[in-house]
Design a binder for this molecule. Structure first.
Ligand code: SAH
Length: 397
């Protein structure tokens, strides 16, 4: 087994925690809580109960066209729509693959920033992968978004609108066959562009909009929602106290500081011990099993010793089912000198973890041929790339 670790592409990208200030997107219904919706509606000269009607149309009926709000007088409809439902996301392009079960959408925001979301239909669930920032400041060298730097934070409503759009696509039979009852978005993963915990306020706001019961919110179960992070420890601790038992995914990618400093540069702030402690504490507080994300990069982090070390790092905190490892075959970004692990190394990595009693799965690679798979979301270049014509990458089984 080669001991040599390829030096990663040393990018000179800085870590950026604070997003540049740009023109704020207009305030939207999905930015407001139920009480402030009523106040806003009254201030706009309407009766407070209109707020509940509007919420029912937006969150429950998924109806954005005011013409369909037939329980409201025509004049009120258009006033409410223009005051509270400003268009936030403009679809620039949609790519479909996996026999129509995966749809990636490239969105333009009000200021021209580009972000992407991916809707994936599985036999037993539908998962919406959303972006939380335009770009990302975490500078992970293997990640397409990380290489582009951070443009700005997204607002709560810009995040929520991605999920509402997915729900509308399903309601209109846009995924799979339209027979029987249209499926619902059952899962939301914050694994699109951006570091969700670096945009904490908007992300927690979005989590509340997603989990508030209908008609005031989308009424999703927190259990179906996963927030993925590079490991901003103070924010993980804060999230644990929000009373929102969402699943936490920690992008670990290496069990030792030397390698993690390279692969996940924020490790120089909060190291492996600190992030794993925070993840453990999150599981203890929320009773939700934490997911450890671990990309497998050929000859970089996929050696048997690293599997052993990873098992040790996790088992040290106890074996009460607090953790699960999710291995992700690397999706090389264009021009990357890294590639995915050999199949036999992947199998050995899995075997070593299992032998030590660590629950492990290998992530499927949905959306690869439309650059919609993990780490491939790079909206700036997607606009000019003819990625739709790229040959499909053979799917792993
Ligand atoms: N910033 C957050 C969420 C966005 S990325 C985070 O890092 O967790 C979602 C997942 O995709 C992370 O685990 C990330 O490490 C992984 N990822 C990024 N680039 C990838 C690539 N090229 N191949 C495979 N997975 C990648």
């Amino acid at each position: 087994m080669p001991e040599y670790v390829q030096p990663p592409d040393r990018s000179s990208l800085p870590l950026v925690f604070t997003a540049p200030r740009r023109g704020k997107p207009p305030t939207h219904w999905a930015d407001l809580d139920p009480a402030s919706r009523r106040t806003a509606v009254e201030q706009a000269g309407h009766r407070a109960y209109r707020a509940r009607q509007l919420s029912a149309h937006y969150f429950e009926g998924l109806r954005s066209d005011p013409e369909t709000w037939t329980d409201l007088p025509a004049g009120v409809r258009s006033e409410l729509a223009s005051a509270f439902l400003p268009p936030l996301l403009t679809s620039v392009r949609e790519l479909t693959c996996d026999d129509g079960d995966t749809v990636k959408t490239l969105w333009r925001l009000h200021d021209g920033a580009l972000v992407e979301s991916v809707l994936m239909r599985y036999p037993d669930r539908v998962t919406m992968c959303v972006s939380s920032q335009a770009g990302c400041g975490m500078a992970c060298p293997f990640c397409a978004t990380g290489q582009g730097g951070l443009q700005r934070n997204m607002s709560t409503a810009e995040i929520v609108e991605q999920v509402v759009d997915g729900a509308r696509k399903l309601a209109h039979g846009r995924l799979g066959d339209a027979q029987g009852e249209a499926p619902r978005v059952s899962n939301v993963v914050f694994m699109g562009m951006g570091e969700p915990l670096a945009n904490y306020k908007s992300v927690v706001g979005a989590l509340r909009q997603l989990t508030t019961p209908k008609p005031d919110g989308l009424g999703m179960s927190a259990r179906g929602i996963t927030v993925s992070t590079v490991g901003l420890v103070p924010r993980i601790n804060q999230l644990a106290e929000e009373g929102l038992p969402v699943t936490l995914a920690l992008s670990l990618h290496a069990p030792d500081d030397e390698l993690r400093d390279e692969l996940v540069p924020v490790n120089t702030r909060w190291n492996v011990d600190e992030v794993v402690d925070a993840a453990w504490e999150y599981a203890r507080t929320t009773k939700r099993r934490v997911s450890i994300e671990y990309i497998l990069i050929r000859d970089v982090n996929d050696q048997p010793q690293r599997a052993e070390q990873l098992a040790k790092v996790l088992k040290r905190r106890g074996s009460w089912g607090w953790v699960h490892v999710n291995l992700i075959p690397l999706n090389p970004t264009p021009g990357s000198r890294w590639t995915a692990s050999r199949r036999r190394d992947e199998d050995e990595f899995v075997r070593r973890l299992q032998a030590r009693g660590v629950p492990v799965t290998v992530r499927d690679t949905r959306g690869r041929e439309i650059d919609g798979a993990c780490g491939q979301l790079a909206a700036g270049s997607a606009d000019v790339d003819a990625s739709v014509t790229a040959p499909p990458v053979r799917a792993r089984v």
